[in-house]
Design a protein around this ligand. Structure first.
Ligand SMILES: Nc1nc2c(c(=O)[nH]1)N[C@H]1C(S)=C(S)[C@@H](COP(=O)(O)OP(=O)(O)OC[C@H]3O[C@@H](n4cnc5c(=O)[nH]c(N)nc54)[C@H](O)[C@@H]3O)O[C@H]1N2
Ligand SMILES: Nc1nc2c(c(=O)[nH]1)N[C@H]1C(S)=C(S)[C@@H](COP(=O)(O)OP(=O)(O)OC[C@H]3O[C@@H](n4cnc5c(=O)[nH]c(N)nc54)[C@H](O)[C@@H]3O)O[C@H]1N2
Ligand code: SF4
Ligand SMILES: [Mo]
Length: 761
């Protein structure tokens, strides 16, 4: 029996007992009852792998990868295969909670009427006394486009506040800034499949193997046909083990490295002069600046050998078609925007844009990290990447929303600046959805003080997160499997999530909570949506003719084409998988070079704090861990944080594998077990950030912000490490031993392609 998997796309079907890989009958599954397979996508990272959710007796009971979705074609990573376990999880929030007797009273069960009335009354009171802008909206990019759009509109129209922002601020906002400054559009330039057509891929500051696992297979396939791989990362990540050139640079020195590579490319005549002349502006000034970055100087700054920089420049410069991928390693810095710009400079100077296998892109992190940054939940933005301070954009959006332009608030605080505004009592209330800043924002103790100090703090989540624990009111929302709506993947492909089941107990679908709240605030006429489709249709209209144009994208077209790449300006337009084939995003069609001098990180190691601390992810957990720490298999693999350090440093500090280590910075300290490896720079420590309370590395990180986009410097601060005198309260020795074993197996696993490369000084 053969199965046409396309027949499930976007629809559900009575299940047959078949194996979805072979299409053959699968008798070994015969005792497993499945009523329906619902075609959808993973809720986690920006790759947005296609999956079927299995539904039996009204419950999600399992998952199958989709073969028909071109990006993952039958593959899922450990997070994808276990995501379904969050749906029926016993810790789901199933009714509203509120503190009836002030801050010190417990969160108690309440009815929807009671909590919604309380929000209207408290927000209303605060706004009356302190002005509309005393209330803020803090949203997130794990939400669908429909919900992200709704949050922006809700903040500005229902609450009338200027302070609307979201967690993408902490994510790729500096990449957005670089894209806008250099290219005029904020999207990856190529579909992922272009990797298969590249002669060289340069990955800088991205742990593809752990954070975009399914993209790894594209790198391997490219390598099989001779593509060269260059990786720049202070840690030898899984893909770095198979790289042709591995550049273990010091954290915070990316712009020096990229300027140095461009220097070599100029000196050795590897420029694409024709492309520079016809398609760019600003080259001469940039050229003059990179004159000052000979490899010998850069090598000292980055802690690399000059020969390695020259070799990387030659490998990239000689490729017919080369791609650069960046991610948070390069972007989570106080110079994050500048770093992104230097990466674009390199691609522009070598003409690597607008051709198959030639391009540049940020690997967008969150499931809807791309759409979430386009549809108007950003402090300075209206839907379609329109600008809130642009008169024409304001008038157009107001004409659709049916409000007076005078009543549309102006730009507000980015998420990271909401915290100090809360401490100053300028912001007195906050509605938060889809964010967990008690884990994700730097300098956690200050964040806690700010959130505790709010007169009214409302959180919409489906699990009681570390942040929801501090709320005055908690509203039980929905997981992705309980609603339909679109997301835009890291490729810029608009795809659709489909509903498998209803939320449990009294929990409600997020967008309905927001629309009901708007109604109770007396603004119901602006939120007359009956379905996500209604919201999407309004969003399409808002984006018509704008940079991220969704006008020609419909739910039907998404299903027919397996996703549609924006811009898609009309119904008969197929969408745009590859950008910049003819012109860049500026009115004159040309890209911009910008000269970027290297500037050191905000906090460099010194006598008191002699080491570099960097932070990031592991394959098993997702962001603040509020979902994955509740998933048994994932929790088992990485139950606690640890500190990764090189064996040279461990020897110097007299620390062995699994020993307890106290890591200190100017913000705080934490005690974690050591994971002694050879795959990190000897001057650098790494701690994963997926944990809360005393296990959160954001007790330590530097809250300094990038000046343009206000992203924190999560990737660099100065630290010290000593053998701990006392174990933390949460420590269990047997778990730690298991953790060290498991992580060592992963990080030191010898790979067929691996050649040990100690290119450090
Ligand atoms: N498993 C998993 N996957 C995820 C996520 C998750 O939480 N877990 N989150 C998703 C999201 S929202 C995001 S934003 C992405 C993040 O994806 P990535 O950016 O790939 O992940 P990070 O671990 O934050 O950082 C990447 C790498 O930067 C390196 N690095 C540190 N400092 C520097 C530096 O100064 N320069 C350079 N060049 N590199 C440096 C680190 O060693 C690390 O290997 O992943 C997405 N996918
Ligand atoms: N030290 C350090 N800190 C970092 C980073 C780092 O590399 N190092 N990375 C930063 C990055 S890149 C990011 S993206 C941020 C992420 O930081 P956050 O956005 O704060 O983390 P999340 O875990 O995504 O929080 C989402 C919350 O919303 C809930 N949620 C998820 N989906 C939905 C939904 O559909 N509806 C509702 N109602 N709730 C939902 C989840 O349960 C969770 O509690 O962290 C940043 N913080
Ligand atoms: S790669 Fe990303 S989208 Fe794919 S299964 Fe893993 S977490 Fe989900
Ligand atoms: Mo992110």
């Amino acid at each position: 029996m053969s199965v046409d998997k396309n027949m499930f796309r976007g629809r559900t079907k009575q299940a047959e007992t078949v194996d979805f890989h072979s299409g053959k009958p699968a008798p070994w599954k015969s005792d497993e009852r499945v009523d329906r397979y619902v075609a959808t996508h993973c809720c986690y990272c920006g790759v947005q792998c296609g999956m079927y959710l299995k539904v039996a007796q009204g419950k999600v009971t399992g998952v199958e990868p989709r073969e028909d979705f071109p990006l993952n074609r039958g593959m899922l990573c450990p997070k994808g295969t276990t995501a379904y376990q969050t749906v029926n999880h016993p810790e789901r929030l199933t009714y509203p909670l509120m503190r009836r007797g002030g801050k010190e009273s417990p969160l108690e069960r309440a009815s929807w009427d009671e909590v919604l009335d309380a929000i209207v009354e408290r927000f209303g009171g605060i706004q009356q006394q302190y002005g509309k802008d005393a209330v803020s909206v803090y949203s997130g990019s794990s939400l669908t486009n429909e919900k992200c759009y709704l949050m922006g509109k809700f903040g500005r129209v229902a609450l009338g506040t200027r302070h609307v922002d979201y967690n993408g601020r902490l994510c790729m906002s500096s990449a957005s800034g670089a894209n806008e400054r250099s290219l005029g559009l904020d999207r990856a330039a190529n579909p992922v499949s272009d990797i298969l057509r590249a002669d060289c891929v340069f990955v800088i500051g991205a742990n593809v193997g752990e954070c975009f696992p399914i993209v790894t297979s594209y790198l391997w396939q490219a390598r099989d046909r001779g593509c060269k791989l260059i990786v720049a990362d202070p840690r030898q990540t899984p893909i770095a083990r198979t790289a042709d050139i591995f550049l273990p640079l010091r954290s915070g020195t990316d712009s020096a490295l990229l300027n140095g590579m461009l220097h070599v490319i100029i000196k050795e005549g590897m420029l694409d002069e024709e492309f520079i002349g016809e398609r760019t502006v600003g080259w001469q000034v940039t050229r003059a600046l990179v004159e000052q970055y000979p490899p010998e100087r850069v090598a000292k700054v980055c802690g690399l050998r000059p020969e390695a920089i020259i070799e990387a420049a030659r490998t990239y410069g000689r490729a017919q078609a080369a791609m650069i991928y960046t991610a948070r390693g390069l972007e989570h810095q106080s110079k994050g925007v500048d770093n992104g710009v230097t990466a674009v400079n390199l691609a522009l100077a070598t003409g690597n844009f607008g051709r198959p296998g030639a391009g540049y892109g940020t690997l967008t992190g969150q499931g809807n990290g791309q759409g979430g940054r386009e549809v108007g939940q950003k402090a300075t933005q209206l839907p379609g990447c329109r600008e809130i301070e642009n008169q024409q954009d304001r008038e157009y959006i107001c004409s659709i929303w049916g409000i007076d332009e005078q009543d549309l608030p102006h730009a507000g605080y980015p998420a990271t600046l909401m915290i100090p505004a809360m401490l100053r009592k300028e912001l007195r209330a906050c509605l938060m959805i889809c964010s967990n800043p008690m884990v994700s924002l730097p300098d956690q103790h200050t964040v806690e003080q700010a959130l505790r100090g709010l007169d009214c703090f409302v959180v919409i989540d489906f699990f009681l997160s570390e942040t929801a624990e501090l709320a005055d009111i908690v509203l039980p929302g929905s997981v992705w499997a309980e609603d339909e709506g679109t997301t835009t993947s890291l490729e810029g492909r608009v795809i659709k999530h489909n509903r498998a089941v209803d939320p449990p107990g009294e929990a409600r679908v997020d967008w309905r909570i927001i629309c009901e709240l708007a109604r109770r605030l007396g603004k119901g006429q602006y939120f007359q949506f009956q379905s996500p489709r209604d919201i999407f249709d309004e969003l399409r209209l808002c984006t018509r003719g704008a940079k991220s144009d969704y006008w020609g994208i419909t739910y039907e077209k998404i299903e027919q084409q397996n996703g549609v790449f924006w811009p898609c300006p009309s119904q008969d337009h197929p969408g745009t998988p590859r950008l910049y084939e003819q012109h860049f995003g500026f009115p004159d069609g040309r890209a911009r070079f910008h000269p970027i001098p290297y500037m050191p990180a905000a906090e460099e190691p010194d006598e008191a704090y002699p080491l570099l601390l960097t932070t990031g992810r592991v394959v098993y957990h997702y962001l603040s861990g509020n979902q994955t720490r509740r998933t048994p298999f994932l929790k088992e693999q990485a139950p606690y944080p640890w500190v990764e350090m090189h064996e040279q440093m461990a020897t110097r500090l007299d620390i062995g594998d699994g020993d307890w280590v106290t890591v200190r910075t100017r913000r705080g300290q934490m005690t974690v077990p050591a994971l002694v490896v050879r795959s990190i720079r000897p001057d650098t420590l790494f701690i994963p950030y997926h944990y809360g309370h005393t296990q959160s590395v954001n007790q330590l990180t530097n809250p300094v912000l990038e000046p343009m986009m206000k992203i924190p410097e999560y990737k660099v601060c100065a630290a010290s490490a000593v053998r701990a005198t006392e174990k933390p309260a949460w420590a269990k020795d047997e778990d730690v031993a298991a953790l060290v074993e498991a992580r060592k197996r992963r990080r030191e696993f010898p790979s067929a392609h691996a050649k040990p490369q100690l290119t450090m000084r």
